[in-house]
Design a protein around this ligand. Structure first.
Ligand SMILES: NC(=O)c1ccc[n+]([C@@H]2O[C@H](COP(=O)([O-])OP(=O)(O)OC[C@H]3O[C@@H](n4cnc5c(N)ncnc54)[C@H](O)[C@@H]3O)[C@@H](O)[C@H]2O)c1
Length: 339
């Protein structure tokens, strides 16, 4: 069987989802090595996955023979790894957000285009069976013309401290809600004319002490010419669940996607209560999406076709995030010019 061989960069939360999928569930993919700057993490991950390990991507490039890199290191390291991978003619699967700012994102685009390698951004919601079916329903005209596309993304806990620093993560809008922004853009398939963002810090004084511009709950609206309203609302830490839902309103109907309830049993009590666990986290909720996105990338590499979602899709989300932050600073809507 023809295979795509990989090096995984970043053996953290997202990286191990991809690593395990490659090793256990994707026969057309073969993981050769894992890279993590933290030697203990690299070694532990390599032990579990049964592959070699390195503490720098340069060393992996020098010693391993492979086709593609799966980048799941921290956002502010994406550009460096992408430029090195592209320079070595490796195909690239890169976690979202593409980058923490537009300058980095544009540099990545130049590197990938110059090298002519395949690139896919990790917006796995496009491969979630439920969201995908909703998208098809819209294409089939089942709800008429779009009126509103709303995507809610909330996490139970406050993300790790590096994410509090907008200069390194792109901020909560990029870290938590890149998926939601991409989902709205994917459903609407138009350039937003302008965006407006409001944000506050309700629950995280510890983050604000270090980073005065830190916000933990926010609302972003996107206005489309002759098109629907786009709304993204996000926040962490909400405590009650990992909450990823969409509502798509059309002129002839409405589609709801996602549940706050988990998949477990419902306990009915003599107090006439029904108790059920909520969605625990993103890795479980989008288990199918993570698997299917990597399979799709491998299929595209093997077939020589363009993978989707593309670097351009990642770049557009970075543009919306930057415009959102500009709007937040100005207290007024900001026009999107370049697309
Ligand atoms: N698609 C999704 O739903 C999803 C979910 C979580 C995280 N992410 C994204 O994945 C990326 C990683 O996030 P995470 O939550 O897994 O972080 P994490 O902290 O759990 O793991 C990141 C790992 O990368 C390593 N690392 C840092 N710099 C490195 C470098 N230069 N080379 C090699 N390894 C390096 C760290 O030591 C760490 O082990 C981020 O961009 C994040 O936004 C995406």
């Amino acid at each position: 069987m023809e295979k795509v061989t990989f090096v995984l960069v970043g053996a953290g939360r997202a990286g191990m989802v991809h690593g395990r999928n490659l090793v256990h569930y994707i026969p057309e993919g073969e993981l050769k090595a894992v890279v993590d700057v933290d030697a203990a993490k690299a070694q532990e991950a390599a032990g579990e996955l049964g592959v070699r390990w390195y503490t720098s991507f340069d060393e992996a490039l020098e010693k391993e023979n492979f086709d593609a890199v799966c980048i799941a290191s921290l956002t502010f390291t994406h550009r460096d790894i992408v430029e090195k991978a592209a320079g070595a003619k490796k195909h690239i699967f890169c976690e979202k957000p593409l980058a923490q700012n537009l300058e980095e994102a544009l540099a990545m685009k130049r590197a990938v285009e110059a090298a002519g390698v395949k690139f896919q951004i990790g917006f796995m919601r496009r491969y979630d069976p439920e969201i995908r079916r909703a998208w098809e329903m819209v294409q089939e005209g089942l709800i008429g013309d779009l009126v509103l596309v709303k995507s809610t993304g909330r996490g139970p806990g406050l993300p790790p401290a590096w994410i509090w620093d907008r200069a390194r993560s792109g901020g909560m809008l990029a870290e938590v809600s890149s998926h939601d922004i991409d989902a709205v853009l994917w459903f609407v398939q138009k350039k937003p004319e302008r965006v407006f963002m409001e944000a506050k810090n309700f629950k995280s004084p510890e983050a604000r002490t270090q980073f005065p511009d830190f916000y933990d709950h926010y609302l972003l609206t996107m206005a489309f010419l002759d098109g629907p309203f786009g709304v993204v609302d996000g926040g962490c830490p909400v405590g009650y669940a990992y909450d990823a839902r969409m509502e798509i309103l059309g002129t002839k109907g409405m589609i709801r996607v996602g549940e706050t309830e988990g998949r477990g049993p419902v306990l009915y009590t003599p107090e006439k209560k029904a108790i059920r666990d909520t969605q625990a986290g993103w890795a479980l909720r989008f288990k199918d999406g993570y698997l299917e996105e990597l399979k799709a990338f491998i299929r595209a590499v093997l077939a020589g076709t363009a993978p989707t979602p593309s670097l351009e899709d990642g770049l557009r989300v970075v543009r919306v995030v930057e415009a959102g932050h500009e709007s937040l600073a100005l207290g007024q809507p900001v026009a999107i010019k370049e697309w």
